[in-house]
Design a protein around this ligand. Sequence first.
Ligand SMILES: [Zn+2]
Length: 265
Amino acid sequence: MIQVLVARGGLEIKHLLDKKGINRVLVLITHHHTDHIYALTTLKPSEVYLPRGEELLVTSKSFRVFLDYGLDLTAIDKTAGSTIAPGIELNNFLSVKEGEEVCGFKAIDLKGHSPGQLGYSLNNELLYVGDALFGDKVLSRVKIPYLNDYSDYVNSLYRLMELYSRVEYKYVIMGHGPLVNSKSDLAKLIDLNIRYLEDVEKHVVASLKEPRTLDQLTSIIIQRLGIEESPISYLLTNTSLRAVVNHLAQSRRINVYVEKRTIIP
Ligand SMILES: [Zn+2]
């Protein structure tokens, strides 16, 4: 029998499992981000399934930190740095890719927020989307949905709508947002996520009337959008903006060039 537990963290889940006498725990990971893997350190599951291509990002903290922040946070902010999950040693993990099934859960490619993010669907009941989609409260707080690849992120949003048009899942569950159980609510949230991205794009183009380095651009966008000024939000904004700049350069709306050894979008 599959039991779905909704809990806030590793310890809380562990407590619930012990109370129910469940000792075989199988974990499906959507992507490698700290808040989606930290519980593995306390849960010690029997089996862990990871999206193909994100294995090293879970087991190695340096790989993860380099991709997501570009800088080890402990060097500049000890408190924020200590919230990052350590490299997690996994002797019992298996890789999953799009279309594969684990205990009835089917893996769905939802990359963009991270390079290999997967969602999981269970019959017509559940569609777990990880961080492919964010709720309105989170968006109004962070201003930029965190992303590694702009086109992949947008394609995954359209993919979600297309999946839901074929199967009306009872619940769509996201990592950070409300439970969605209607087509219109899902469509509204997808639109909202796209609007936030388009808004960032607009601000980036408007800020590049003259050449800027990526770091200058990050500071300007943080001010323009009123993003919280902290080391962690600076680094996350910088990573997402790299993806936006890449997208704008690929669609020839801006030029990226190197001058006097400085990369200038
Ligand atoms: Zn994430």
